[in-house]
Write a new protein. Sequence first.
Length: 85
Amino acid sequence: MTVSNEEIDDATLALLHLVVCERYKDGGARAWKGFDWDTMNRLHDKGLISDPVGKQKSVYLTEEGYQKSKALFEKLFCKKGNADG
């Protein structure tokens, strides 16, 4: 079985939208970080989240990361015509 890291990254980013705990007026957001470390490191390398390594239990999503997470969440998990669930 071949695993698609890109699809795993997209799904993880979408789920990060689900666990956003704070949205910032100047852009970006903070989300709980209970996901696979390799995936979180790839999202960091792509510039979508802050460095996940550390004692904090959350990561910062850049504005680009937040917007992409929202779009992926709606694409992967919302019924058509009902973005609110």
